[in-house]
Design a protein. Structure first.
Length: 233
């Protein structure tokens, strides 16, 4: 069906797409019944009513415009705060003690956790280590993942783009994780789902095999499933 995706966002159908769509539907895009389509299943007096209702529905669909994700949506701005990276780093950090930096980081996390549902669902990265869990799992998972790397787990080096609407948000970034001499720097993505401005679901979009290789190497003697791995103390 040529150009249908194009047409749905522009309130107009190219002629060939119009003809092709008409052939496939039980009614024309102008609301007229396709001859004979309803005849085998509906009595004549009901055919016109069904065609009219169906035609009105398809016209509404074709006239609707696609809602685009934007960088200035409140959900996008919230994600930008969570993943914020200052280009030159925080100039004040050099003068802060480790305890003060930890306190600042904890305050940052607490502020943004307030916009996460207590029933938030997370889908972790990986293949062998991929697992879905709730908020309690996410907290244990975060502690465990941090313990398998140096410098407090994943460091966001650069955020390339963040887009969101009322329902979904997605971001594209570069991050780094280190353990000893092993430095894993990569492009990553994350997806979020929102309900009434609250984050309710999160997906870590990663290179699954590399994700598993890095973290499993941190505990080569482990035997168990993904959930046991991430919640191990």
């Amino acid at each position: 069906m040529p150009d249908i995706a194009w047409a749905m966002g522009r309130n107009a159908l190219p002629r060939q797409a119009h003809r092709d769509l008409t052939k496939l539907l039980p009614f024309g895009v102008d609301g007229e019944a396709t001859p004979g389509f309803f005849a085998d299943n509906l009595p004549p007096e009901r055919t016109t009513d069904h065609a009219r209702t169906a035609g009105a529905s398809i016209r509404n669909i074709l006239k609707s415009r696609i809602v685009m994700l934007t960088a200035d949506h409140p959900n996008a701005l919230w994600l930008a705060e969570i993943y914020n990276v200052s280009p030159g780093g925080d100039a004040a950090d050099a003068s802060l003690t480790a305890e003060e930096r930890d306190h600042r980081h904890a305050a940052h996390i607490a502020k943004h956790m307030a916009r996460m549902s207590p029933d938030l669902i997370i889908h972790t990265g990986g293949v062998r280590l991929a697992v879905t869990g709730d908020m309690a799992f996410m907290k244990a998972y975060s502690r465990r993942r941090a313990s398998l790397s140096d410098g407090g787990d994943v460091s966001i080096i650069e955020v390339h783009q963040i887009l969101a609407d009322d329902t979904y948000g997605i971001l594209h970034f570069r991050s780094r994780t280190t353990r000893g001499d092993h430095v894993w720097e990569r492009i990553g993505m994350g997806a979020w789902r929102f309900e009434d401005g609250i984050a309710v679901e999160h997906w870590e979009l990663s290179n699954g095999p590399k994700w598993d290789a890095f973290y499993l190497a941190g505990d080569p003697d482990f035997n168990g499933d993904a959930r046991q791995y991430w919640t191990k103390e």
